[in-house]
Design a protein around this ligand. Structure first.
Ligand code: EPU
Length: 343
């Protein structure tokens, strides 16, 4: 197992933040994980276990141990005329997996094209985009529990998937590690979803018909136009969750803000667009030093160069406070804040 002392995590987080960790373990396979677990008590306390680093806001210095999940690979488990079941390792790049599925004609995850991050973290926050959430394609996953040192198979129905959440953010938070995820993908009759926003318009503009490939191409084009590429501008996609409120709260809000966009959610609730609330509060494209909100999508916190995690979080807090002042809505970060706060 490769172990690095005083490791800079800059290249491992999409905000591009300099963060020095006392000790970094590179877990290159599942055996490394077990070994790491067995020896962990001998090392400084684990502060962070991560993989793609696409959903992290890191403080400048971590006193203690961090570990990075790096094993990858795709394995076909079984198939019928209609479906294929594949097992994908936790450290596999999410977008590489989507491209593999599309190349092979397998459907179900094309709307989730170009989402940064790795496969093992996709279920944790039930990644979603353009009308599809990953929960719809997950059959089960393998979970290594710290307490027992055993691997369990968790079926979809026990993962308690919801909007940007799952059991791994609640009851199973810090209780173990997702080793691999099994996906059931369609082979012939694909359930194409072009309803969200401008997806169908983009396909028409390309002069194409809806297919898994063309949906993916359209979404890559929409995302590339709106969301900054972490290779050029440090970011972590949407920084806050879209707030979910009751219909009654919406009625009150609409008295003052007639044009407020909303989407019907479950259990008599509605989802608001955090991006709209932030834009209306005047923060779109605004920055303090190198910390800012993106000029094409106000929900994306960006690092224009050398901002620290502390500066980004201070900036985000100002945005959050302003939105609260204007709309009485409390924005919650979607991104994990490491060593920064008890927010
Ligand atoms: N809006 C604005 N101004 C902005 C941004 C958005 O007014 O600057 C309003 C507009 O009314 C727009 C609506 O918000 O029509 C929705 O915007 P968009 O389609 O860009 O989606 P979003 O709700 O801001 C969510 C996800 C994204 C996902 C897109 C597309 C969350 C927190 N974010 O963003 O996911 O790509 O929908 O499905 O649910 C991510 O989680 O990192 C992420 C990028």
């Amino acid at each position: 197992m490769r172990i690095k002392q005083n490791a800079n995590l800059k290249k491992y987080n999409t905000f591009g933040l300099n963060c020095i960790a006392e000790r970094l373990f590179h877990l290159e396979n599942e055996v490394d994980l077990v070994e790491y677990h067995q020896h962990q008590n001998g090392y400084a306390k684990q502060k962070l276990l991560f993989s793609g680093g696409s959903n992290l806001l890191l403080c400048s210095e971590i006193k203690g141990t961090v570990a990075r999940i790096e094993w990858d690979g795709i394995k076909i488990l079984s198939e019928t005329e209609q479906d294929i079941l594949v097992e994908v390792a936790a450290g596999h790049s999410w977008h590489e997996f989507v491209l593999w599925a599309i190349e092979n004609g397998y459907g179900g995850i094309e709307n989730l094209s170009l989402i940064p991050g790795h496969v093992g973290t996709a279920p944790i926050q039930n990644i979603g985009a353009y009308g599809v959430e990953v929960k719809s394609s997950i059959e089960s996953l393998r979970f290594y529990r710290w307490e027992t040192g055993e691997t369990e198979v968790l079926n979809n129905n026990v993962c308690e998937f919801g909007y940007r959440t799952s059991v791994f953010k609640t009851k199973l938070r810090n209780k173990g590690v997702i080793l691999s995820v099994n996906f059931k993908l369609t082979k012939n009759e694909h359930n194409l979803n072009t309803k969200y926003g401008s997806v169908i318009d983009e396909i028409n503009k390309m002069g194409k018909i809806p297919s898994i490939l063309n949906i993916s191409k359209a979404i890559i084009s929409i995302r590339s136009a709106k969301l900054p590429d972490p290779k050029n501008i440090g970011n972590s996609g949407s920084f806050f969750k879209n707030p979910i409120i009751s219909k009654n709260t919406l009625i009150d809000l609409r008295e003052k803000h007639k044009n407020i966009p909303f989407y019907v959610h479950e259990n008599a609730s509605v989802k608001l667009s955090a991006g709209w609330l932030i834009e209306m509060s005047g923060w779109k494209g605004k920055s303090h030093g190198d910390a800012g909100m993106h000029d094409k999508q106000a929900l994306v916190l960006v690092n224009h160069g050398n901002a620290t995690g502390e500066e980004l979080w201070d900036f985000a807090k100002e945005v959050k406070e302003d939105v609260y002042k204007n709309f009485n809505i409390n924005l919650e970060p979607e991104v994990n804040l490491i060593g920064l706060v008890n927010n």
